[in-house]
Design a protein around this ligand. Structure first.
Ligand code: GLU
Ligand code: ZN
Length: 295
């Protein structure tokens, strides 16, 4: 059997309910997959139990269903994949590609989030320590389908980055790369807040000999007060009775022109229309969009 030519995914973190910004990311990944007859997978990125809002996982699934999204295959949770992440970390440590870091937050203050490499050669024990991946002294770049060329010099702009936190939790960067490859993802469509994570992910793919997916980063939605609708922002669940109106707004955010007849349509009908008319070329080439400016 040939590998399907398009496998997309939506990968929400249950640290809160879906908000309008995550709806826009879900819509874009869904439509981009379905428009070419591709598969669309759902993965819950529940790597951080202390930050998980109780009931958020169920609420996310419920909202996706009410809003007319149907995913393929079984739902995957990153909490089921700890053995794979742990094995990889062991391997990277054994190969000297990763090392233990005992720096405190305080010690790292003033470095603007760029790890200065204090523990690189220290040979610390790995218990009660964060694990960092050594980054090469090189720029990584890719051509985003919406944002264009994006480039980052890993050593100068990021530094060796954490793949397992000091409290033992696995880092997003590591898990996302392993899981996208394991699920055969060909196309990553997500919010532009992750644009600057992508070069780290490209490095991990290269290091592990994994294929590189295509990338499309949609504009991040800003609240009227300029607040980022991000992971840490606690917004209420998207109202079930406004599915059509919010989907239409989401489509506008993605530059899609929706005929007014569809304002009365039910969510599945609207999604099916949007699938048939999807044009990724209309997505605004911007990092952020103001929610207040959307109809
Ligand atoms: N779990 C991430 C989030 O909710 C998305 C990860 C991804 O799409 O790569 O922001
Ligand atoms: Zn350190």
């Amino acid at each position: 059997m040939n590998a399907p030519s398009y496998i997309g995914r939506f990968a929400p973190t249950p640290s809160g309910y879906l908000h309008f910004g995550s709806l826009v990311a879900a819509l874009a990944s869904y439509l981009d997959a379905r428009a070419v007859g591709g598969r669309w997978l759902l993965r819950i990125e529940d790597l951080d139990p202390p930050r998980e809002v109780p009931g958020a996982q169920d609420a996310i699934l419920k909202t996706l269903e009410t809003y007319g999204f149907e995913w393929d295959g079984e739902l995957v949770r990153q909490s089921q994949r700890h053995a794979e992440y742990a094995a990889l970390i062991e391997r990277l440590l054994d190969q000297g590609l990763a090392y233990a870091c005992t720096c405190s937050r305080k010690q790292l203050e003033g470095y603007h989030g760029i790890y200065p490499g204090f523990c690189r050669e220290a040979g610390h024990a790995t218990h009660d320590a964060a694990i960092r991946l050594r980054v090469p002294n090189a720029a990584y770049h890719f051509n985003d389908r919406v944002q264009g060329e994006y480039r980052q010099h890993l050593n100068q702009e990021v530094g060796d980055f954490v793949i397992r936190r000091r409290d033992g939790l696995f880092a997003y960067q590591l898990a996302v790369v392993l899981d996208d490859a394991w699920q055969g993802i060909t196309d990553v469509v997500r919010g532009a807040d992750l644009l600057d994570s992508t070069p780290r992910q490209l490095y991990l793919q290269e290091l592990l000999g994994l294929p590189q997916p295509r990338y499309l980063h949609v504009p991040l939605i800003l609240q009227p007060d300029g607040h980022k609708l991000g992971k840490s922002y606690r917004s209420p669940p998207l109202p079930a009775d406004q599915a059509t109106a919010l989907l239409i707004r989401g489509l506008h955010a993605l530059g899609q022109r929706v005929p007014s007849e569809l304002e009365e349509a039910r969510a599945p009908e609207l999604l099916s229309w949007a699938t048939r008319h999807w044009d990724a070329g209309l997505i605004p080439c911007r990092r952020t969009l103001d929610e207040a400016q959307l109809r």
